[in-house]
Design a protein around this ligand. Structure first.
Ligand code: ADP
Length: 425
């Protein structure tokens, strides 16, 4: 197998977002959790997104992990690698975007790298090098108060210059609008002047397509899912990838018992649980007991055992904001959250031991805890159940074929659990 595109994402949810974008553009895509082992057996895919958690760690660690991911992807034949960053350019003067870009650029041997976090469909646009979040510049958006990476400068040429060892130039919208050859000429000019990277303006999807087409001349690009979209469309347009319906679903059905777990306490998830009560047996965990020890997870598994043979089931820890606040006051916010995540992971593990191979999980952190516990190395990304929530087929899992849906709390319509199970056969 030769990958048409390799991607290194600096966080898990950003990786899923990118994998979902590539799949929608017709690329068969696997998302891996961390740098995969060399013997991971992959289905025949066009793109692999390696998910790291490197956005806010020490720069030298982010560099070494990203280089390991790049090595793995190049080893699988990836001619082009996208370093996927946040569409709000989350970083500090110490990194990690600049240091990782510099290291990957050195490894790739590229003279100049195109960089843009633009993703117009989510309101991220770049003009004259300035990043806008919706209608306001980055430094006036809520990102100015981000707890880890407060963004006080919307001019990305300046922001990246503070993090990188190379000179940072600009490919302005006027050049982008004139098409790929104008962008190539501008890059050649910048490169001759000693610039090693350039922020590219982009306001519409068409701008991303131009950027994607030019980026494919190079071995490395840096950007958010918008560049992923541009690269994917350019790969399809140039005939290098034949667009495929995703086979995460169309492959052989997995069958067997199905279960849902809800650890999100978001309004959307609470409403989805209420709807699911009409369609399947639902067990509400006692949150205090789940925090106290393993007995509550055991009780849930005993409850599930026979019911699973009849129909899908749902086990939820979710409760109202008042109940959540009360539990947090008793146990501390992080301790309560972590303990319930681990209870959900215990339950997921028990359900899989009981034969469950179709699992829907509501809650971002909850999903992370479940996936880590099940030690699933990666996923083939399938069709969307709801915006941003695809069906996932486990790749390389020790317990064999398995379908999952992992949704962050607020995603999905009121019938989300039934909608998911309909697509997960
Ligand atoms: P979301 O995607 O909605 O943010 P997460 O799973 O990321 O959902 O976060 C929900 C957090 O709330 C998790 O840490 C989870 O363990 C915790 N939690 C779940 N149920 C309860 C509860 N009844 N009381 C307090 N915290 C809870």
């Amino acid at each position: 197998m030769t990958l048409a595109l390799g991607c290194i994402a600096d966080d898990y949810t950003g990786a899923s977002d990118l994998a979902n974008t590539l799949t929608r553009c017709g690329l068969r895509t696997v998302q891996t959790i961390g740098v995969p082992s060399n013997d991971l057996a992959l289905p025949d895919v066009d793109a692999v997104v390696v998910s790291l958690k490197s956005r806010s760690i020490e720069a030298s660690l982010a560099v070494s992990r990203s280089r390991a991911a790049e090595k793995w992807l190049r080893g699988r034949g990836a001619a082009h690698v996208l370093f996927k960053i946040c569409s709000t350019f989350d970083s500090t003067d110490d990194g990690n975007i600049g240091p990782v870009m510099d290291a990957l650029r050195a490894d790739a041997g590229d003279a100049i790298v195109l960089v843009t976090p633009a993703f117009p469909e989510t309101g991220r646009t770049v003009y004259q090098g300035n990043l806008f979040v919706g209608s306001v510049p980055l430094n006036e958006s809520p990102l100015r108060d981000h707890p880890l990476n407060p963004m006080h400068d919307s001019n990305l040429v300046r922001v990246l210059a503070r993090q990188s060892k190379t000179r940072i130039g600009l490919v302005a919208l006027a050049d982008i609008a004139r098409g790929p050859d104008a962008v190539r000429a501008r890059l050649a000019d910048l490169s001759k002047q000693g610039f090693g990277a350039a922020i590219a303006d982009a306001v519409f999807d068409g701008d991303l397509e131009t950027i994607g087409a030019v980026a494919l001349d190079h071995r490395l690009s840096v950007g958010a899912s918008g560049v992923g979209l541009g690269l994917a469309r350019a790969l399809v347009a140039s005939g290098r990838v034949k667009p495929n319906a995703s086979d995460a679903i169309s492959e052989a059905p997995v069958g067997g018992p199905a279960a849902c777990l809800a650890g999100s306490c978001s309004q959307a998830t609470l409403q989805q649980i209420a709807r699911a009560e009409e369609a399947m047996p639902v067990l509400h965990l006692e949150a205090d007991k789940a925090v106290a020890g393993k007995d509550e997870a055991r009780r849930a598994l005993a409850w599930a055992k026979d019911r699973l043979k009849q129909s899908p089931i749902l086990i939820a820890s979710s409760s109202t904001p008042e109940q959540v606040a009360a539990l947090q006051a008793r146990h501390g916010r992080d301790a309560a959250g972590h303990a319930i995540e681990q209870a959900m992971a215990d339950i997921a593990e028990g359900l899989v031991q009981a034969g469950v191979r179709r699992l829907v999980v509501a809650g971002g952190e909850t999903s992370g805890a479940v996936v880590d516990r099940l030690a699933i190395p990666g996923f083939l990304v399938g069709a969307e159940i709801a915006a941003g929530v695809p069906v996932l087929r486990a790749v390389g899992a020790s317990h064999g074929p398995m379908l999952l849906a992992l949704k962050s709390g607020n995603f999905g319509g009121p019938e989300f659990f039934s909608d998911a199970l309909k697509l997960m056969r």
